[in-house]
Design a binder for this molecule. Structure first.
Ligand code: ARG
Length: 468
C-alpha cells in the first residue's frame, strides 16, 4: 500500500535520512498521543539540563537565559492550551525541542547537547512517577480517613465475620473497616518504598554510554530534586524496574479495592441488607425501574483485572530486552498512566461510597446473633472449666447437630447439657463482647488498635511529606 511521506526536515534525526518517514511508520511509532502529558516534567528536565550545560561552559550565560525563557514560554503555551503540535512531532520531547528552537533559534538548537531522548525520557518518567506515587498515597490516606471516621461513627455496631463466606463469629464493624485500612497501610508503605528506589536521576547517561562533554550528572540530579544519580549509564537508560514496581503496587491497591467491592456488592444486596448505598453513589437500570445497583463496588472489583494486565503486559515487554535502550521501552507509559488514572478514580469513588453509605445495624446484628455463631464461645466456656479444647469442640458440635436436626434451640440444648450460664453466652450481642484478645474483633481490644492505626497513618503522612 502506498504511504504518504512527511518532509524529511520534520524529524529530529533527518540528517542521516534520505526523504521523510512513511506515514505508516509515524502512525505506528509516535508516542505523542499518550506522552504529551509529560510536558511539565519534560520542561523541568530540560531546564535542569540547560543550566547544567551552562555550568559546564558548553552554553554561554546568554544562551542559557534564552533557552530557559523559551522553555518558560513553551510551558505557558501548554498551560494556556495554545501549544501547537506539528505532524513531525514524534513525542513530547521532540515537540518541546522543536518549539524551543523556533523561539530561541541557535541557542535552542543547542539544548539537546550531551543528551539523548533515552536519558531524557527515563528522567521525565521518573519525575512523573514520583509525583504520581505521592498523589496515590495522598488518595489512600484520604480513604483511610474515611474508614476510620466511619468506624468511629458506628460505635458498638457489629456484623457477622465470615470464613468461607459462612457466618463464623461476630465482629465489630469498626474492626472490619480497619482490616481494610491496614491493607492500605501496607500499600502506602510499598509505594513509598518504591518512591525511594525510583529517586535516582538517569540524566547524563546520554544515549547509553555518557558523553565526551564535561557535564555533571550529579548537579542536574540535585537540581531536579533527585536523591541520587545513576552509577551506570547502560542501566540508567534501560531500567524500568520503577515502572514495573509501581504497577505491582497499584495492582495490589486494586486487588484490595476489589475485595471491598465484592463485600459491598453482597452487603448492599437485598439478601444481606447490611448497607444502603447513597443515591449519589449508585446507579439505576435502563429497563428495571426498581433497580439500584452498586456499580462503584462492581467496578472496584472489575478494574483490578486491567491493573493486573498492565503489570503483566509491561513485565512481558521488559523480559529479554538486550541493553540498552530499545523502542520497546516506549510501551512503559500507557500501562503506567492507565493504572495511575484508574486507581485514583477508583479510590475517590470508593471513598465517597463508604463515606455516604447508611449502615443497617439491626440487619447486621440479626445475622451476627444467629445462635450457632456462639458455638466457639460455648466450647471456650468448657475449656475454662478444664475440658481439653478438642473434647469441648466435639461436645458443642453434637449440640449444633441436634439443634440443626430440630431437637430445639441451641441455647436450650446447651443450658440442659452444660449449665444455665450458657444462656448468657448465646444472648444476642454477647458474642462480640467476648472477642477480648489483643487485635481481636471486640470492643475491649479496639481502642489499642485504633491508636496503633492512627499512629500508622500519621507516620505515613509525615513520610510522604518528607518525600516531597
Ligand atoms: N518516545 C520515546 C520513548 O518513549 C522516546 C525515546 C526515543 N528514543 C529513540 N532512540 N528512538 O521511549
Amino acid at each position: 500500500m502506498a504511504d504518504g511521506n512527511s518532509s524529511a526536515s520534520d524529524t529530529l534525526w533527518h540528517g542521516r535520512f534520505d526523504g521523510g518517514p512513511a506515514a505508516s511508520l509515524m502512525a505506528f511509532t509516535v508516542s505523542l498521543p499518550f506522552d504529551r502529558r509529560l510536558w511539565e516534567v519534560d520542561i523541568r528536565g530540560s531546564k535542569a539540563h540547560v543550566r547544567g550545560l551552562g555550568g559546564a561552559g558548553i552554553l554561554s550565560h546568554d544562551e542559557v537565559d534564552t533557552v530557559l525563557s523559551a522553555l518558560d514560554e513553551v510551558a505557558s503555551e501548554f498551560t494556556a492550551g495554545t501549544f501547537e503540535f506539528r505532524d513531525g512531532d514524534e513525542d513530547i520531547h521532540t515537540a518541546v525541542e522543536r518549539r524551543v528552537t523556533e523561539l530561541a533559534g541557535d541557542a535552542g538548537a543547542k539544548m539537546h547537547t550531551a543528551r539523548s531522548r533515552n536519558d531524557q525520557v527515563a528522567t521525565d518518567l521518573r519525575l512523573w512517577t514520583k509525583d504520581a506515587v505521592l498523589a496515590v498515597v495522598d488518595d489512600l490516606i484520604g480513604l483511610q480517613d474515611v474508614l476510620v471516621a466511619t468506624a468511629r461513627a458506628h460505635d458498638g455496631v457489629y456484623l457477622p465475620g465470615y470464613t468461607h463466606l459462612q457466618r463464623a463469629q461476630p465482629v465489630l464493624l469498626a474492626h472490619h473497616l480497619l482490616a481494610h485500612g491496614w491493607s492500605f497501610a501496607r500499600d502506602i508503605d510499598r509505594l513509598l518504598d518504591a518512591h525511594e528506589r525510583m529517586d535516582v536521576s538517569p540524566l547524563g547517561a546520554g544515549a547509553l554510554a555518557g558523553t565526551s562533554l564535561p557535564i555533571s550528572p550529579s548537579a542536574t540530579a540535585r537540581e531536579l530534586g533527585f536523591g541520587a544519580t545513576f552509577d551506570n549509564s547502560l542501566d540508567a537508560v534501560s531500567d524500568r524496574d520503577f515502572v514495573a514496581e509501581s504497577l505491582f503496587d497499584l495492582a495490589m491497591v486494586g486487588i484490595h479495592l476489589a475485595r471491598i467491592g465484592e463485600e459491598w456488592v453482597l452487603w448492599s444486596s437485598e439478601e444481606f441488607g447490611f448497607v444502603r448505598i447513597d443515591d449519589a453513589y449508585a446507579t439505576g437500570s435502563s429497563m428495571l425501574p426498581q433497580k439500584k445497583n452498586a456499580d462503584i463496588a462492581e467496578l472496584a472489583r472489575g478494574k483490578s483485572g486491567r491493573l493486573i494486565g498492565n503489570l503483566t503486559g509491561l513485565l512481558t515487554t521488559l523480559k529479554g530486552l538486550p541493553l540498552a535502550y530499545n523502542r520497546d521501552l516506549q510501551e512503559d507509559k500507557e500501562p503506567l498512566f492507565d493504572s495511575v488514572d484508574q486507581i485514583r478514580l477508583a479510590i475517590a469513588a470508593v471513598s465517597g461510597m463508604i463515606a455516604t453509605a447508611t449502615f443497617q445495624p439491626e440487619a447486621m446484628a440479626q445475622a451476627a446473633d444467629a445462635e450457632v455463631t456462639a458455638a466457639t464461645d460455648l466450647a471456650e466456656h468448657l475449656v475454662r472449666g478444664g475440658l481439653p479444647f478438642r473434647q469441648a469442640h466435639a461436645v458443642v458440635g453434637r449440640l449444633v447437630r441436634r439443634h440443626l436436626a430440630g431437637e430445639g434451640a441451641l441455647v436450650d440444648l446447651a443450658v440442659a447439657e452444660i449449665g444455665p450460664e450458657c444462656a448468657e453466652l448465646v444472648r444476642p450481642g454477647a458474642g462480640v463482647q467476648m472477642r477480648t484478645s489483643p487485635g481481636g474483633a471486640g470492643p475491649t481490644p479496639l481502642p489499642a488498635q485504633m491508636a496503633a492505626f492512627d499512629e500508622r497513618v500519621a507516620a505515613a503522612r509525615s513520610r510522604c511529606a518528607g518525600r516531597r
